[in-house]
Design a protein around this ligand. Structure first.
Ligand code: NAD
Length: 253
């Protein structure tokens, strides 16, 4: 039961976590995969592990020049782009607003929000002939969870990605390109490691219901990838402009 035969999929943030698991699942479903990350070593290794045609490209999603040439290279190699998973992201600085460094604010918005815009922008020329599917990784923090103290820039960037995705869904419907946004809850990946280097600090991040962010109440990147596969494939042909929560109902509490 192969869902992406003959498709060409571009995945940003493919070097780790959700992007990496999605690359594996897409490859299993016979998609050609273009693995983009600013960590070259990780995507090179991943490419060598995948049993499918593909390529690894080093690029920073917040650079228009780099994303322009990355998408161009992908299209030159495979002739088209059918699927874009705009997924690269960072938690960025965590601090009270009063102390928040404006340069750090810009950095988080550049990678998460502008990076999504640039990924989509530079993919459109290669998608508009044949149509396709774009999936954007926002977060429960973009709409429903605002209790991670100090993560104002992250939450603002994730809300921005969500609004962008809805505008894009309408605009790109002319080209038969669907756009959907996923909102994962806490998922067991590397993303927190750089943000909360101190285990004690991590333990102190509380959700008001009394739950703590811990491996015990996280989902897995593989579980997220299954939803991305559905949104990428023709199984979701009438789904566009929606946001899908992948949080085990965490946000209904
Ligand atoms: P991760 O850190 O494991 O993977 C992120 C990948 O993105 C890394 O390989 C990193 O090198 C890459 N990356 C970072 N900045 C980049 C840049 N400027 N250009 C290119 N690549 C870059 O984290 P993850 O949890 O897999 O995160 C993927 C997405 O999921 C992010 O957008 C994140 O905000 C979102 N998300 C994660 C969670 C969670 O709990 N893990 C929850 C909700 C949303």
């Amino acid at each position: 039961n192969v869902m992406l035969a003959n498709k060409v999929a571009v995945i940003t943030g493919a070097g780790s976590g959700i992007g990496r698991s999605t690359a594996y699942l897409f490859a299993e479903n016979r998609s050609k995969v273009v693995l983009i990350d600013n960590n070259k070593e990780e995507v090179d290794t991943l490419q060598s592990e995948l049993e499918t045609e593909g390529m690894a490209i080093e690029a920073d999603v917040s650079s228009s020049i780099q994303m322009h040439s990355a998408l161009k290279e992908a299209a030159r190699t495979f002739g088209k782009v059918d699927i874009v998973f705009a997924n690269a992201g960072i938690n960025g600085a965590v601090a009270p607003i009063e102390d928040f460094d404006p340069d750090e604010w810009d950095k988080t918005l550049s990678v998460n929000m502008k990076g999504t815009f640039l990924t989509v922008k530079h993919a459109i020329p290669y998608m508009k002939q044949g149509g396709g599917s774009i999936i954007i990784t926002s977060s429960v923090n973009g709409n429903r969870v605002f209790s991670n103290f100090g993560m104002t820039a992250y939450s603002a960037s994730k809300a921005g990605q969500m609004a962008f995705g809805k505008m894009a869904a309408l605009e790109l419907s002319n080209y038969n390109i669907r756009v959907n946004v996923i909102c994962p809850g806490a998922i067991d990946t590397n993303i927190g490691d750089r943000t909360y280097p101190d285990e004690e600090q991590l333990k102190n991040i509380r959700i008001p219901t009394g739950k703590k962010v811990s491996p015990n109440n996280t989902g897995t990147p593989e579980q997220v990838a299954e939803t991305v596969l559905f949104l990428a494939s023709d199984a979701s042909s009438h789904v566009s402009g929606t946001e899908m929560y992948i949080d085990g109902s965490q946000t209904l509490l």
